[in-house]
Write a protein that binds this ligand. Structure first.
Ligand code: NAP
Length: 240
């Protein structure tokens, strides 16, 4: 199975970067998409012998170019990891139109554009694995994170519906739905907030990006060939 081509959106930092390292360690060729973190993405791609490609996933033209670029370079795409995402903590009443639209533009529209761009290639080959990133807040809802929670619930709906639609074409679609993971996305949480979340978690701690990468790795492996439309939740038991 080594030598697959894997495109990871938002691969420059956090969970996406850990996934890039995991797949490269397993012998795959990784394409690290980034939006703003060019230096980090290029350094990571160089370290892993992969390729860095800039695209704001909320822009369908940029996404189309990115996928064309990957197919031109590798003539193949085996795994698509739709990981790029943003979060925001705000009271519902303080959310602006712009807050709401940006959340959906990146977390939901971005996924739509990326999958749509890669799909003709997957369908042509009657093969492919699509992995989406939701969040435990998309499963149970998070206070002061209504826009984020709604966008991540949409990801779950997209995953399940698309799995049904693409199964007959030999393509699997699965979702990884992490709990609290130590990345810059949670940089705004205080040490006390993080300690409280760790205490609430049955396994007694927050998670590491590498642990989410392992879930992605498994769902992309041949061992998961009969799994589609499912949600795998590396969350330490915080929601069950
Ligand atoms: P992070 O450390 O904040 O990294 C976010 C990544 O997304 C970066 O690589 C960033 O790229 C990229 N990104 C953001 N906007 C983008 C855009 N418009 N176009 C392309 N890339 C964009 O976040 P993370 O914790 O690794 O989260 C990764 C995914 O896991 C997200 O979907 C997040 O919702 C989900 N998740 C995270 C947690 C958690 O606790 N950390 C929990 C559940 C789910 P640039 O830096 O290049 O702009």
């Amino acid at each position: 199975m080594a030598g697959r081509v894997v495109l990871i959106t938002g691969g420059s930092r956090g969970i996406g970067a850990a996934a890039a390292r995991r797949f490269a360690a397993g012998g795959d060729k990784v394409v690290v998409n980034y939006c703003r973190s060019r230096e980090q993405a290029e350094a990571l791609a160089a370290e892993l012998g992969g390729m860095a490609v800039q695209a704001d996933v909320s822009d369908p033209a940029q996404v189309g170019k990115m996928v064309d670029n990957v197919l031109e370079k590798f003539c193949q795409l085996d795994i698509l990891i739709c990981n790029a995402g943003i979060a925001q903590q705000k009271l519902f009443g303080d959310l602006t139109d712009e807050d709401w639209r940006r959340m959906f533009a990146v977390n939901v529209d971005g996924m739509f554009y990326t999958i749509r761009a890669a799909l003709p290639h997957f369908i042509h080959r009657k093969a492919g694995k699509i992995l989406t990133l939701s969040s435990m807040w998309g499963q149970v809802g998070g206070s002061c994170e209504v826009a984020y929670s709604a966008s991540k619930s949409a990801v779950i709906g997209l995953t399940k519906a698309l799995a049904k639609e693409l199964g007959p074409s030999g393509i699997t679609v699965n979702c990884v739905s992490p709990g609290v993971i130590d990345t810059e996305m949670n940089a705004n949480l205080t040490a006390e907030d993080l300690a409280a979340l760790a205490e609430e978690t049955p396994l007694g701690r927050t998670g590491r990006p590498e642990e989410v990468a392992e879930a992605l790795w498994y769902l992309a492996s041949p061992g998961a060939n009969f799994i589609t439309g499912q949600i795998l939740a590396p969350n330490g038991g915080l929601i069950i």
